[in-house]
Design a protein. Structure first.
Lengths: 345, 266, 284
């Protein structure tokens, strides 16, 4: 099989299972984002793929070759570290051509390749500068160029954008995605930023407590979260407990949602509905009635917080929809059945 | 205002206290005649020439420099692999060696001196010039050990990991990443050991005092037979060497960090 | 290359040379010295092998009691003087710009590295009749004629404070430079003057550091062996001087070794106390 396969990998630190019997298969050329809160095991998984940590059990296979016991320096993977790990004692060019230099590549060849890579990351002519003189975004690009020097089989990035400010981060995300598509290289990025994952990934892997909670395309994760954890972690959502009444209808806060199939099984379940899918109507005209507690007008969007007798539902509308609710107003809240996803609590 | 003045006054007082003996010695060293008078009578640099011209002083100078060069080299040769091992490996019991490396420097020097004296006397090697180099090397191993430990601690381990992902094995990482980053600390450790060995008296005296005269031994011996301005000239020469070496370390490294200021400030 | 436990024998290779050097040239000499302290004196050579406690027994005399008492008293005095001068100085130094700090550190290191011989020579010149400080007083009209200020206890004390002061500053520097500046700023916003804030906030916060430093300087001062000889009279000689004297001039190595072992025990006890004080500070 072409691509990366992680088979039943566990990593234990003392009593703590950082990664717990994890299986994942990544087809060649895929852009994968490992997403999750801190301590969910995503960085440990990436470091095991790179060979910087040894799995307690399980195997890691790339293009049909088991590399579980292969030391890092023989794997030919490019990696960008969270701290970027640029060598402070080398110039930009020498950083980029480091992998070639330690292999004894001729000096001119090193120089040619460094120039080529720096052009690729939009830093032509930077080869002779010292690393200390670069801005955050430039360092980022040097780290990327350096990791790509040997045309690696796998491109790994550990929270690569965490040191950048918000605006630069967004443009770097686009740049990285475009670069990956141009090179067609299998790429795995660790991030805790769901926007970053949505922007770049073909496949988003949401992790929690050392396990995969859901692995799917970004839009699927967003639209059809597998459970409450995923729904809550990816974007913001309204989670409302759901019950089945004697007539077999799905009930939320004592109101039926017509057209919504009730959950099967006795397990407790919730519906997840995205704020932008919630509509505000006149009192009595919605699924539920409630009182507006707070309105946050952000210009492009308006967030309306409605207390429906216990939980608070957030609705995001655009100014065009002309929802002019004020705090204290009684309003109706419309929860369209087609936008509700039933998830296990 | 008043506080600034008081602070300046305090700094000035401490500075004066530190400088006063040296100023007087510097004054004495340029006396024209072989008298110990201050303020100096006349002006002459001949006593400085004497350090290099007089065969006895020159011999002492050369002996001191050779001793300091080799002792500092031994100290670094012991400290470097030890500091590297402690950084690279998890082996708590190996800290015993670190303790052994620091002990001679913390204990009163006369103890190391006497230990060396009994050891060389017992082994029958007493008086050989190289025994002083080894004794000083062990005595001053603390200095490169401390600077190198600081240096290793300042290396971001992800640099090493990054090198490994680019295909560098342990040996290559050591050569291309660790060593260049540690070099400034190695140089300052060597320099510290060199300057202190140059000035050290009692260990040198107890190990080779009867066969070789280093400059401090020579000065002390000369002191007993009466003062000469050459002693003053040698003293000033030593101060100048120390100031030059530490000045260079400060110029090309971060002396504040070496002396314990936090790395994050640097 | 992450930090990992050694797996094979080859992983221990870097330890071989340093370990061997430190054992052969520090542990063995040290043990030899301890052994010799139980041997018998041989006036013709170094010693003869025997087992005797006589060398330790000789301590119990009025003479050595006085020398020991004087050594301890002198070192305590030096330590207190040094910390009293150095603590405010170091504190003020850490408030200066980096450049000023660097210059001072270079000066302090240069003085610290000075040979005891040179320090002794410099102060004996400064305290001498012909080239000394009293000539300045005469010139200023404070005195009628220059006098020699040595040998005297004051000269020994001054010389040793001079020798130990840079050491004291450099021991205090890391603790003071890392002191949280917001601690002081908080005191200032509550209305303390800088001087009051220094005594009410900085000194108590570093009480254990001060104690530890006094002990460190005390041990450092115990090691002084030339200054009491150059600047003082025989009654100002310390244990270190006596050890040297016995080993070299009286050729009584066993007795010198016994005194050295005794000195080690005192120093170790005090260093242990320092570590203990340091640990308590970290636990806070």
């Amino acid at each position: 099989m072409s691509g990366l396969a992680i088979n039943d990998v566990t990593k234990q630190f003392g009593d703590f299972k950082a990664v717990d019997s994890l299986d994942l298969s990544v087809p060649h050329g895929t852009f994968v984002c490992l997403l999750g809160p801190s301590g969910c095991g995503k960085t440990t998984l990436l470091r095991m793929i790179a060979g910087l940590e040894e799995p307690t059990s399980g195997s890691i296979v790339i293009d049909g070759q088991d590399i579980t016991g292969v030391p890092t320096h023989q794997r030919n993977f490019g990696m960008v570290f969270q701290s970027l790990a640029l060598f402070p004692h080398l110039s930009v060019g020498d950083n980029v051509s480091y992998a070639l230099r330690i292999r004894g590549t001729p000096r001119e060849e090193q120089r040619r390749r460094a120039d080529e890579l720096l052009k690729l990351v939009h830093l032509p002519g930077f080869a002779d500068r010292p690393v200390a003189k670069l801005s955050g975004g430039q360092r980022q690009r040097v780290a990327i160029a350096r990791a790509l020097a040997l045309s690696p089989r796998l491109f790994l990035l550990d929270e690569p954008m965490s040191a950048l400010d918000a605006k630069l981060r967004e443009s770097m995300q686009v740049e990285l995605r475009q670069l990956q598509q141009r090179l067609g290289i299998t790429t795995i990025v660790v991030t805790h930023d769901q926007r970053e994952a949505m922007t770049m990934a073909d496949l988003v892997v949401v992790m929690g407590q050392g396990r995969i909670r859901q692995a799917a395309s970004p839009i699927e994760i967003y639209r059809k979260p597998a459970d409450a954890f995923v729904a809550d972690f990816i974007g913001s959502t309204n989670l409302l407990e759901i019950a089945t009444d004697s007539a077999g209808r799905a009930m939320v806060q004592g109101a039926a949602i017509p057209g919504l199939a009730p959950p099967n099984g006795a397990a407790k379940a919730s519906i997840s509905i995205r704020p932008e899918d919630v509509r505000i109507a006149a009192a009595g005209a919605g699924t539920l009635d409630g009182t507006v507690t707070f309105v946050r007008d952000l210009g492009a969007t308006i967030e309306t917080y409605v207390d429906v007798g216990g939980p608070t539902i957030v609705a995001v509308t655009t100014p065009r929809e002309r929802v002019d609710a004020k705090a204290g107003d009684r309003v109706g809240v419309v929860l369209p059945a087609e936008s509700c996803v039933v998830v296990k609590s | 205002m008043r506080q600034t003045f008081l602070r300046r006054l305090y700094f000035f007082a401490v500075g004066l206290f530190l400088a006063l003996p040296l100023i007087v010695v510097a004054g004495v060293s340029v006396n024209e005649k072989q008298d110990l008078t201050f303020p100096p009578v006349g002006f002459s640099m001949s006593w400085y020439q004497q350090i290099f011209a007089d065969p006895e002083w020159r011999r002492a100078l050369i002996a001191s420099i050779l001793l300091a060069l080799s002792a500092a080299a031994i100290a670094v040769a012991v400290a470097l692999p030890l500091a590297w091992f402690l950084w690279r490996r998890i082996a708590p019991w190996a800290n015993v060696f670190q303790l052994l490396g620091v002990a001679p420097f913390i204990l009163p020097p006369v103890i190391t001196a006497l230990g060396m004296l009994t050891f060389w006397a017992t082994s029958g090697l007493y008086g050989q010039p190289w025994t002083a180099a080894i004794s000083h090397g062990i005595f001053f191993v603390t200095l490169p050990l401390v600077t190198l430990s600081l240096g290793f601690a300042s290396i971001d381990r992800s640099l090493v990991e990054a090198a490994a992902t680019m295909g560098a094995d342990d040996r290559t990482v050591l050569r291309t990443v660790v060593f260049p980053l540690i070099l400034p600390y190695l140089v300052s450790g060597y320099a510290f050991a060199f300057v202190l060995s140059l000035n050290e008296y009692i260990v040198a005296y107890m190990t080779v005092g009867f066969t070789i005269e280093t400059l401090p031994i020579k000065i002390f011996n000369a002191l007993r037979y009466g003062y000469t301005p050459t002693m003053a000239a040698v003293s000033i020469f030593f101060v100048a060497v120390a100031a030059l070496v530490f000045g260079l370390i400060a110029r090309f490294g971060d002396i504040r960090k070496l002396l314990g200021a936090m790395a994050s400030e640097g | 290359m992450r930090r990992e436990a050694p797996k094979s024998l080859a992983d221990y290779a870097p330890l071989v040379f340093p370990g061997l050097m430190l054992i052969v040239f520090f542990v063995v000499p040290f043990s030899t010295m301890i052994a010799v302290s139980f041997f018998q004196r041989d006036p013709a050579g170094f010693y003869t092998v025997a087992f005797t406690l006589d060398n330790y027994g000789r301590f119990i005399s009025l003479f050595f009691g006085r020398v020991l008492g004087f050594s301890l008293m002198l070192s305590v005095l030096v330590a207190i003087c040094c910390v009293a001068i150095a603590f405010p100085f170091t504190y003020l130094l850490t408030k200066q710009s980096r450049k000023v700090q660097t210059v001072w550190l270079v000066v302090l290191l240069s003085v610290l590295s000075l040979s005891e011989v040179i320090i002794g020579f410099a102060w004996s010149t400064l305290f001498s009749r012909t080239a000394g400080i009293t000539n300045l007083f005469v010139w200023l009209g404070l005195m009628n004629e220059p006098v020699a200020l040595l040998p005297s206890f004051g000269a020994v004390l001054t010389g040793m404070v001079y020798q130990a002061l840079p050491y004291t500053v450099l021991v205090l520097y890391p603790a003071l430079v890392r002191l949280d500046p917001t601690l002081l700023e908080a005191a200032r916003t509550l209305g303390s003057s800088p001087v009051r804030a220094f005594f009410n906030v900085v000194v108590p916060a570093l009480r254990n550091t001060v104690v530890a430093t006094v002990i460190m300087v005390f041990v450092f001062a115990l090691g002084s062996y030339l200054l009491p000889q150059i600047l003082g009279r025989p009654q100002h000689w310390t244990l270190s001087v006596l050890i040297t004297d016995q080993a070299i001039y009286q050729s009584n190595m066993p007795f010198a070794a016994a005194m050295a072992v005794f000195l080690v025990l005192i120093s170790l006890a005090l260093v242990g106390l320092t570590l203990f004080a340091g640990r308590k500070e970290n636990a806070l």
